[in-house]
Design a protein around this ligand. Structure first.
Ligand code: PMP
Length: 415
């Protein structure tokens, strides 16, 4: 009998004993093609030999040295290596252990640096389960329900979900930016606003990319009012969308970047990056935590960067994402239940419907169960659980993509 809390809901019946590349294995030797990557975490595949070797070597040398007392080479080297991938001017990095913690860190820094209180987040955004992060999250009520009041000072502005509003993107962006300006007049004085936080490609709400015009509109307003623009790159960053950072698709530069998930191939590590000027305006000692920048996690992140660079995983995500998209478009032509395909690179979502614009979470659930019974693990998201997400490791092979599409095609035919 398991004593696991029933609050930790499992979507599959799989108990994975080991993982290798794109595959998960149970103790009986059954295997599943893992197109979840632990929710976008194991981008280098399960147990990449270089990550295994680097972490084993680190464990034998040093596991934990608290950064507030001493630094260690893996942490210092990691800041240099990350800096090479950061936009110009973002030259200071602070580590924590999880996405939510780094969202809190970014919010804390934004308020401390600006001396302002208000925050703007976007409808459908997911930023985590801790108090500040949940207060910014509107992709689901699950993380907000039952422990109100959440943090005060947050306004929620619309995100250009053109599909959801049945609009073309240009009109949707115009309406969203107009509504944001209205929010500035009615509820959130821009002079009291510290930051806007956005997922440039929304994850949990259903894989909605922003647009260049929308992101430029945000950047212009941030510049005009002295508001910090924070990009939550926790799910879409680190190569997942075919660029190193997902905001690069939209030709704007944020003032702060938050990263986690793909950063360390499964070891708990997250980070915020900002300019030294902004970082210096925070309160010393207010970032990090006991385990922040753990030596083994930093070694895993260094090996992850080696793999990303040597195996050219960012351009691979772009090329293989195109290939996957073409396959999924082929499925869409044959199956009316796929209403829209959204996302970028190897972060793609299928909107499953019972009729146009009528989300069908039940069908999506059946599709996933069918896939699981036939050797493939997938996730779904969206308000009704209607979006089937394709999140393979960035090391996935063309053959594995073809195998996954064939399995999903069968599921579509047989459910
Ligand atoms: N932001 C985004 C965009 C995420 O996708 C997630 C996790 N799904 C988080 C924040 C929270 O990260 P964590 O679960 O590591 O706290």
């Amino acid at each position: 009998m398991s004593h696991l809390s029933p609050l930790l809901v499992q979507s599959s019946g799989i108990c994975a004993e080991r993982g290798e590349g794109s595959w998960l294995y149970d103790e009986q030797g059954n295997r599943w093609l893992d197109f979840t990557s632990g929710i976008g975490v194991t981008s280098t595949g399960h147990c990449h030999p270089k990550v295994v070797a680097a972490t084993q070597a680190q464990v034998a040398k040093l596991v934990h040295a608290q950064y507030a007392t001493v630094t260690h080479p893996s942490m210092l080297t990691l800041t240099d290596r990350l800096y090479e991938h950061l936009p110009k001017g973002l030259d200071a990095i602070a580590f924590s252990n999880s996405g939510s913690e780094s969202v809190e860190a970014a919010i804390r820094l934004a308020r401390q640096a600006s001396g302002r209180t208000n925050l703007i987040a976007f409808r459908g955004g997911f930023h985590g389960r801790t108090l500040a992060a949940a207060s910014l999250t509107t992709s689901t009520s699950k993380v907000r329900t039952g422990w109100q009041p959440l943090m005060a000072g947050v306004s929620i502005a619309p995100f250009p979900h053109a599909y959801r509003y049945g609009q073309d993107m240009d009109q949707c962006v115009t309406d969203c930016l107009n509504e944001l300006d209205h929010i500035f007049i009615t509820e959130c004085n821009p002079a009291d606003t510290a930051a806007m936080i956005i997922e440039p490609v929304q994850g949990e709400y259903g894989y909605y990319p922003a647009s260049i015009a929308f992101m430029k509109g945000l950047r212009e307003r941030c510049d005009k009012y002295g508001i910090l623009l924070i990009a939550d790159e926790i799910q879409a960053g680190f190569g997942r969308t075919g660029k190193f950072w997902s905001h690069e698709h939209f030709a704007v530069q944020p003032d702060m970047i938050i990263t986690a998930k793909g950063l360390a191939s499964g070891y708990p590590l997250s980070a915020i990056a900002a300019s030294k000027e902004i970082m210096a305006q925070g309160y010393p000692g207010s970032q990090g935590g006991t385990y922040g920048a753990n030596a083994v996690a930093c070694a895993a992140a260094l090996a992850t960067l080696d793999v990303i660079e040597k195996e050219q995983l960012v351009s691979r995500a772009d090329a293989l994402g195109q290939q996957l998209l073409t396959h999924l478009q082929g499925l869409q032509k044959q199956h009316d239940c796929i209403d829209e395909i959204r996302g970028m690179g190897l972060m793609l979502g299928l909107e499953i419907v019972s009729a146009p614009h009528t989300p069908d979470g039940e069908r999506a659930g059946k599709l996933l169960k069918h896939c699981e019974s036939n050797g493939m693990l997938m996730l779904r998201c969206g308000t009704h659980g209607q979006v089937v997400r394709w999140l393979p490791p960035l090391t996935v092979s063309e053959a594995e993509i073809e195998q996954a599409v064939a399995l999903f095609d069968t599921a579509l035919k047989e459910t």
